[in-house]
Design a protein around this ligand. Sequence first.
Ligand code: PLP
Length: 503
Amino acid sequence: MAHPPNFDPATEERISPAAKTGESLDPADWPAFRAQAHRMLDDMLGYMEGIRERPVWQPIPAEVRARFRSAAPYAGEELAAVHAEFMQNVLPYTQGNVHPGFMGWVNGGGTPVGMVAEMLAAGLNANCGGRDHIPVEVERQVARWVAEIMGFPETATGLFVTGTSMANLIAVLVARDAALGFDVRATGVAAETRRLTAYTSKAVHGCVPKAMDIAGLGSDALRQIAVDSCFRMDLSALAEAIQQDRAAGLTPFLVVGTAGTVNTGAVDDLATLADLCAHEKLWFHVDGAFGALARLAPDLAPLLDGIERADSVAFDFHKWGQAPYDAGFILVRDGEAHKNAFALSAAYLQRAERGLAANSPWPCDFGPDLSRGFRALKVWFTLKVLGTEALGASISRCCALARALEARINATPELELMAPVELNIVCFRYVTQAPADSNRVNDAIVVGLQEAGVVAPSTTRINGRTAIRAAIVNHRTSRAEIDALVDGVLAQGRILCGKESRA
Ligand SMILES: Cc1ncc(COP(=O)(O)O)c(C=O)c1O
């Protein structure tokens, strides 16, 4: 990059501390760097320890936002100066999902264990696409643990990915190639005479139709089956849709069941879906983005019966696994099919019996990424340090809090529950006198709560109406935040409906 117009090479302080050594980008003064790095670690531990004293979220002031519009830095600054800028302009304006009052969307809270493990992974700077090194073995060990947790055989294969959106895409691609034959990777779906169709419920997450689109099958080829009053897939409608498509000469290949729908947390009848898929010879995939890890909670695990018979399961460790973002995972029963859908031979990726190029197959043979970070380490630490029992107990607690919220809503005439509470998601609304005001008032309540910074739910639409949606995913959330949510909704709702004036 050329010097900026105001750059004077003679001005010593414009020269970056790293560039001053001229030898490498490492610090010129390691002891000073170490002291500064310790301060940064301490600050982040302090952030997590004191998270309850902060607002969940706060709007970004215009002058802070403007600071992120400056030109690319030509000369570097001291690490301490950039850290100070981070503390002032980044740390206070994050989304807030570390905070116990965060209930929006479906986001995990992270843990200090995951945070320090992430630092270790960054230090190793491992590229987990392949080759013979222990980080790949750590990922394989986690994959075997996942297989054990989900009730899959040891021969199942697993891979860390960004999130469940990517994991679902991988599942669709493996299922597609298994149905059409792996030559389709070379010939392309456009050359196919068979028209594949897939099935899921209307409560599906948007990433599944997107996966069908990316896979070249088209989102219209995903039949979104009606749901019952509990938002679970209507299985007789599913069977009928499959028969109709077969009669029309189409080729059904995949059923996607959901373990914890994004809107309401409903769990499809996975055991019956497994039976149906076995009978119809269809690939059975489960989107268990957050719900799959409820297998760790003895009181909830029976809800997921049948998941152990799926062909593939997608889920996130960054949700109920509480690992820092991002940590999605795909588990595939038939490891050969998984590999055949992605492996590629290239001279520069030649495998060897010994040396660094040994230890094939490599993670890059099971997904689209070649270069991949060491996501497995933060999950490995989380599982080893916290244990599956404590993680399962925190998942149970989230669901118990959701039931407590449900009970408070049911006991409060000004509030109305909008969907059954099966796991950890509660959809409800403030009841307005004029039904026409309902969406506007409930949207405004949620914005008001987010701006007040005590609790942060989000909204969704249930049967065309705005719902306040509380997804209890954070292990730090307690009864205090549930009560603050109800009290806050009532206070905001009364003000908006003119029953009380603003204090
Ligand atoms: C059921 C379901 N599927 C898929 C996803 C997408 O997961 P991710 O955001 O990790 O890609 C979500 C996200 O909340 C979800 O709830």
